[in-house]
Design a protein around this ligand. Sequence first.
Ligand code: F6R
Length: 366
Amino acid sequence: EKGGYDHFMLKEIYEQPDAIRDTFRGRMLADQGLIKMAGIDDHIDKFINAKRILVVACGTSWHAGLVAEYVFEELARVPVEVEYASEFRYRNPVIDKDDVLIAISQSGETADTMAAIKLAKESGAFVFGVCNVVGSSISRESHAGAYTHAGPEIGVASTKAFTTQITVLTLIALQLAKKKGKISTSDFHTYLKELETIPEKVAEALTTNDLVEKIAAIYKESKNCLYLGRGFNFPVALEGALKLKEISYIHAEGYPAAEMKHGPIALIDDQMPVVVIATKKGHYEKVVSNIQEIKARSGKIIGIVTKGDVDVKNLADHVIEVPETIEFMTPLLTTIPLQLLSYHIAVLLDKNVDQPRNLAKSVTVE
Ligand code: F6R
């Protein structure tokens, strides 16, 4: 049932090219330059008229929401607020009847996310669910929605759910941007064509597996690890750190790279591995200077870079290359080596990768 893989998590990591393809199958017609999504198209006025979009989720799904915030604001020029469902539901949030609330949940059963939806509905907001499990409570409770179609995710640590959530949300952002006239037809076409190549590029990113395993062997005894990224890749840094914590029980923190100097840089010494997402577009020079600051304090750099990179390669202790893509799609690629890194460290430490201690696949209690 693990399809020849040692763990469900690894199987699910490797399923991502197909899972992402399944997510846009029938919805994205790149040759015709069209997106067709009933859940969006039937309610497009709600989205167009929304003065803001609220996103509620927990854990990895919350990270996907953060990526979506950057993508929606970039493409569709609508303000987005991303909230932990547990905070949102208990803090008497301001919800307008014209708000659109997007709830993201792999399982569709997360209690706090469900409660946040109920609250939004009471205020008259339009609730859109992004779930993986078909027929789940959140998908039923939402006014409309879109499934991720990732297939069953068994490993407790979420992998393909995350990348397919980002894919669905990117499709929605693109469709909204087009309907609002915020992007040109030619850019829209270019983006669809590029999105269509992402599964192959994810497959290419997966070929870093052996290299990542070697890097994992070097750092597996670390007590702490930092993950840094900027822009679209700041949420990827958070997600990389969460994956490491969950399955290897190594303390890890994700930070926006520029926040380093406001505190975490004090932690840097020669025992501290720092994973830096430094793809070519997106504040590349600034990230390179962040890397120099870490090197000056003897930190160990694992750079996630664009294929053919030179500058980071000259500075970093290790680099892992991912294919080039349009900036807002880079999270779909940079996430891959981070998933593999946490996986291999956990395996080398002999941890229970698929069922980490203290965690459950779906959190139906608050
Ligand atoms: C992380 C993980 C959790 C879930 C969170 C939300 O790998 O699995 O952080 O992402 O419990 O779960 P869903 O998406 O089912 O609402």
